[in-house]
Design a protein around this ligand. Structure first.
Ligand SMILES: [Zn+2]
Length: 271
């Protein structure tokens, strides 16, 4: 892995990567190269969207996407100013080995967490991490977000879990990979695509989805729902979780096998 990062020398490295990219295109075929270029564009836009939606300040967030055919993960570079970020700055990492296969900037420091999650959660195509205010407040309180109403149930089929704290040895060695492992542990018995978010204890949220765009949307709605739950519990501190039948109704009408929310069903036009 190359150690250079940040803005210094960016123009030189850009042209260097361009050549490297062109060589790889010839080797792996136009279709793969085009798809990778498109994925870099989408991952760059997703990272910028996190800032635009007020979910990330400074450089406290990252988004990635998986190309399932090649097993390559496209992820934001580490510590690069969002104002300077370009699609060609995105780093391509091999899902199996974790080795950088394209790009000369260092990948996000949370890359190992993303890789563990892609390996553990089949069907996930995009992952987002933020330190958005309200979701992070729940993570710092080490509390799962209970399903209190239909806004929550439209996105999550149950409460949003919080991980157990990492042990000192898990913090000392392989911290980022161990963060992914405690998330996977929290999802034993849960379907990750039905509960596409987690709170990492004393840290913050990770969200995912079949695409990186969906992961960004989930991160934005999570922030809203986290705040909404705080407001509800402020009004009624002993509020129980919403009735299960209502939770199932709302989740399944958008996500179940017989989903009918939106424009696919004539009767849903005025929902
Ligand atoms: Zn973080």
């Amino acid at each position: 892995m190359k150690s250079r990062s940040g803005k210094n020398g960016a123009p030189k490295s850009r042209s260097g990567r361009k050549n490297q990219s062109a060589g790889r295109s010839a080797k792996s075929g136009g279709t793969t190269a085009q798809r990778l270029a498109e994925l870099k564009q989408r991952v760059c836009v997703a990272n910028l969207d996190l800032v635009r939606r007020g979910l990330v300040i400074e450089t406290w967030g990252n988004a990635s996407a998986l190309d399932a055919d090649t097993g390559w993960v496209v992820i934001k570079p580490s510590g690069v100013d969002y104002a300077q970020m370009r699609p060609e700055d995105m780093v391509v990492v091999d899902l199996g080995s974790g080795v950088v296969v394209e790009g000369s900037l260092r990948p996000s420091s949370d890359t190992a967490t993303h890789l563990v999650l892609y390996r553990a959660f089949p069907g996930v195509g995009g992952i987002v991490h933020t330190h958005s205010l309200h979701a992070t407040a729940w993570a710092q309180a080490c509390r799962p977000i209970p399903a209190l109403g239909t806004t929550h149930a439209d996105y999550w089929n149950g409460s949003i879990p919080c991980t157990r704290p990492l042990r000192p040895s898990e913090i000392r060695d392989n911290y980022e990979a161990n963060t992914g492992r405690v998330i996977a542990e929290a999802f034993q018995g849960r379907r990750p695509l039905e509960v596409p978010s987690v709170l990492v204890a004393s840290h913050g949220p990770f969200c995912w989805g079949p695409t990186v765009e969906k992961a960004v949307e989930n991160a934005a709605v999570l922030e809203f729902v986290a705040r909404l739950a705080e407001e509800s519990l402020r009004l009624q501190s002993k509020l129980p979780e919403m009735p299960k039948p209502l939770l199932k109704k709302h989740f399944n009408r958008k996500h179940g096998a017989a989903a009918y929310y939106g424009q696919r069903h004539p009767s849903s036009a005025n929902l």
